[in-house]
Design a protein around this ligand. Structure first.
Ligand SMILES: [Zn+2]
Length: 560
């Protein structure tokens, strides 16, 4: 995925956000430029090879590279074959290039009931999709909940911002009612000001609730706070959703959202005022508030197990002292597959998304593999699966890396690199959070690329692409992409291309390969990433996060 922000979000965001990238505080000098052998290898990167990979991977015969489908498996085999031809060592399971990713699909099924039960007064059964949506994350066909509801504000525990909504409340066996997003702020030192941190994402809130032993979580949907309407919640929470197979981590029997009006009824039934509760939640002194209402639910789900592979190859580094450490490159190869029941063209070819990123990854692997001299650290190439299912392949890779996460110095991710010509800008959002930023700046200058800042940090794009799965386990990570301005075109042209892609082709069968596509920019992004990777693989120290960054603790824990 990339640039998939719906238009109504963009218009909202334009009103609210200043566009300056925060400057890093740690003064780390740029890494030395690559050796002449490194430069020579970079010079071999050829946009027409990227084109050839895209043409094949986006072919109708690949049937849209669906996760757990034949076309997706063929794409994985193709990538593994290329890795073998480039001389990469297999770094998957049992001496192969394949790392098996076990997943389950969960579909809420008829028979599910979801009711609010006040201490006194009548039971309030809620209507699915209109008033609530819920998934059972325990991966069981049936579960029951009969538990008191506790309001926990934003449901955030963020020591680095001195914020704890939970205090020391015992929430085992409870259902946690919480607000979306994070405490609003203009102060960049407090939840990064207007930018969204991971604490504001609903995925964090559900994970935190489960960690605290809750049996369920109910998020209160409020359009302004979520910055998208209920329809988005409803549409992305009906039908099958995929998860990694249970790994022993605690899970919720109900991960749910309710409409604001339902939350109001719920507060009233407890003799409380929702507006007042929401105001109290804005304070550091907030403490969890038990409600006199229980959630009674019977969850019925269809559970389908399936699997797919991450494809991983490794190029050993030249320095025996450093080659147990590595730079990682990632790009997802899955897309949405084929819909046999759909009339007309029903193949989601995913040419831009993300055959382009795979083409770049393969060309990087070839250039490194065939370089006459290798960088000091090793290089790992991972083409991951199930991105479109919610970053599942990369999540599994982060939890099961081929070498310890603390020894991976940097992840560079490629997702949806538009074949539109020669870019004059590069997007590297998130790099400014690492002590590698001076190198990124210097390299961009060498390539005569302007760094384009994230125009919508409040939308939290950083948390919606595969690099985030690696950042979560502490690895300094970001995606590399083109900006908006192209040589010989004005910015309006770039914006118009972007808009047309989002409206007409993004996640549609028309995201197809065309011979007139211009892969110059894909080649430039590959060369740019080659130089960054070479430098990270060569400089004396491992890359780190800026002091106080939300991922710094994970990095320290992993020993990096
Ligand atoms: Zn994508």
């Amino acid at each position: 995925m990339r640039k998939c922000l719906p238009l109504f979000l963009i218009s909202l965001a334009v009103l609210t956000v200043a566009q300056t990238a925060p400057k890093p505080t740690r003064a780390v000098a740029p890494a030395p430029r690559p050796s002449s052998a490194g430069f020579a290898a970079m010079e071999t990167i050829n946009p027409d090879r990227i084109r050839a990979h895209v043409r094949f991977l986006a072919h109708d015969l690949l049937e849209g590279r669906g996760t757990g489908q034949r076309g997706g498996d063929i794409a994985g085999e193709y990538i593994a074959t290329q890795f073998a031809l480039y001389g990469l060592k297999p770094a998957g399971d049992n001496g192969s290039y394949m790392q098996k990713v076990p997943m389950v699909g969960i579909t809420p099924a008829p028979g599910t009931t979801f009711s609010l039960v006040p201490a006194s007064g009548g039971v309030m059964p809620l209507k699915v999709l209109d008033e609530y949506v819920a998934y059972d994350q325990t991966q069981q066909p049936q579960s029951d909940i009969d538990a008191p509801i506790v309001f926990v504000g934003f449901g955030i525990h963020a020591p680095e911002y001195n914020w704890d909504d939970y205090k020391d409340a015992d929430l085992k066996g409870r259902v946690l009612l919480m607000l979306v997003n994070e405490p609003p702020s203009d102060d960049p030192k407090f939840f990064k000001g207007k930018a969204l941190t991971y604490y504001g994402r609903w995925t964090y809130k559900l994970e935190e609730a489960a960690r605290r032993g809750a049996v369920g979580a109910i998020l209160i949907h409020q359009t302004e706070m979520a910055s998208y309407p209920w329809e988005v919640v409803r549409n992305s929470n009906s039908g099958e959703k995929s998860y990694l197979k249970l790994d022993g981590a605690p899970k919720l029997r109900a991960a749910s959202w309710i409409q604001l009006a339902v939350a109001q009824k719920l507060a009233t039934a407890s003799g409380l005022d929702l507006g007042k509760l929401m105001t109290e939640a804005l304070s550091r002194d907030f403490k969890p508030v038990p409600l006199s209402v229980k959630l009674q639910a019977h969850m019925v789900s269809r559970v389908r197990a399936f699997e797919s592979n991450n494809v991983i190859g490794l190029l050993p580094g030249a320095d025996a002292k450093l080659n147990d450490e590595a730079v990682l490159y990632t790009a997802h190869y899955d897309h949405l597959g084929i819909r046999p029941d759909m009339p007309g063209d029903n193949i989601y070819n995913g040419a831009d998304d993300n055959a382009t990123g795979c083409g770049v990854l393969l060309e990087l692997a070839r250039a490194f593999g065939q370089a006459s001299q290798k960088p000091r650290r090793s290089i790992i190439f991972a083409s991951v699966t199930a991105e479109e299912q919610g970053l599942l392949g990369s999540e599994y890779l982060g939890k099961h890396p081929p070498i310890p996460a603390g020894k991976i110095t940097l992840d560079l991710n490629y997702d949806d690199i538009p074949p539109l010509g020669a870019p004059e800008e590069v997007e590297v959002a998130g790099s400014e959070r690492t002590d590698f930023y001076r190198t990124v700046e210097a390299t961009a200058k060498d390539f005569r690329l302007k760094i384009r800042p994230d125009a919508h940090p409040e939308a939290g794009h950083y948390y919606r692409s595969d690099h985030f799965s690696l950042a979560r386990v502490g690895i300094p990570s970001f995606s590399v992409n083109e900006g908006i301005k192209y040589r010989g075109r004005d910015e309006a042209w770039g914006l118009a291309q972007d808009e047309e892609y989002n409206q007409k082709h993004y996640h549609q069968p028309s995201d197809e390969y065309h011979p007139e596509m211009d892969f110059t920019g894909d080649g430039t992004m590959a060369r740019f990433g080659f130089v960054l990777g070479w430098q990270a693989a060569t400089q004396p120290h491992l890359v780190g996060w800026e002091k106080g960054d939300e991922f710094e603790a994970a990095r320290l824990k992993s020993g990096g």
